[in-house]
Design a protein around this ligand. Structure first.
Ligand code: ATP
Ligand code: MG
Length: 258
């Protein structure tokens, strides 16, 4: 008798619980460098989660796996209800439109003006042809980061903070549902850094996105986080609000909040 033949197929009702990213037991090594040992995380709709952790702990590797830029060795990673490793190439492409990624470096094209940098994802990724629609979207996204005057400038003519804003505008122009920020304030002075952090919160409210924000900048963490997770040696070792973690008895966690 074959059990599986006679068993009624159970209808699996996916309990999404407003979870937009679900990571379970994620593992990733590079040769014998075991970087992610057991990562577990749920990101809920509308939530901003900040990931803290010392350099080289695998924070960037984690979000590269989420964006489908790197494949995990083990574990499950669901983005917007779908397992990333099971996605077809087209599904990955579609997912990357719905999930915006602000790279650690900003990654603007230096030989293109701000306007050209912003029209690139619209024409290349979304394949938009309507010139008016393209113009409208460019102006709208520059307005949302307060940089309309920079439209014809080249990245080299902009300050670090302005380049971050353009990077943000270029990611937002695809109207993502989830934003992944890799150190959005690194290299900025405290005041500009604060402005960018406040902008992240304002944009999250305006577009109703959910975000994962990797940062070393505690002021950015305090401003942006609904919840913070602390990463160490390939695992998340603590989670809580900024205030909760400030009172953590764990020395490693405590060190971040000193
Ligand atoms: N493509 C790769 N090939 C081999 N090793 C890699 C690769 N990407 C990352 N690593 C290694 O994985 C580890 C974690 O790197 P990752 O960039 O995720 O650290 P991080 O926590 O983001 O650090 P930082 O705060 O400095 O940005 C490092 O030891 C790094 O050398
Ligand atoms: Mg990194």
């Amino acid at each position: 008798m074959n059990d599986t033949d006679t068993q009624e197929q159970e209808v699996v009702v996916q309990d999404t619980d407003n979870v937009v990213i679900r990571i379970q037991h994620l593992k990733k090594s590079f040769d014998d460098n075991e970087v992610l040992k057991d990562i577990n995380l749920e990101l809920h709709k509308g939530e901003n989660v900040v990931v803290l952790g010392r350099s080289g702990q695998g924070k960037s590797v984690t979000i590269q796996c989420i964006a489908g830029l790197m494949l995990q060795d083990e574990g499950s990673l669901e983005v917007l209800g779908k397992e990333v490793k099971e996605m077809t190439r087209d599904e990955i492409r579609e997912m990357r439109i719905r999930v915006g990624f602000l790279f650690q470096s900003g990654a603007l094209y230096d030989s293109m003006t701000v306007k050209e940098n912003l029209s690139f994802p619209l024409t290349r990724v979304l394949k938009l042809k309507d010139k008016q629609e393209i113009e409208k979207r460019i102006h709208e996204s520059l307005e949302s980061v307060g940089l309309e005057d920079a439209i014809d400038k080249y990245p080299s003519d902009l300050s670090g903070g302005m380049r971050k804003r353009v990077g943000l505008a270029r990611t937002l122009i695809l109207r993502p549902e989830i934003m992944l920020y890799d150190e959005p304030t690194t290299g900025l002075d405290p005041i500009t850094s604060r402005e960018i952090s406040e902008l992240i919160v304002a944009l999250q409210e305006k577009y109703d996105t959910s975000s994962i924000i990797i940062t070393h900048d505690m002021s950015c963490a305090r401003i942006t986080a609904d919840r913070i997770v602390v990463m160490n040696e390939g695992k998340y070792i603590a989670t809580g609000t900024y205030d909760e973690l400030t009172r953590s008895p764990d020395e490693l966690v405590h060190n971040f909040f000193k």
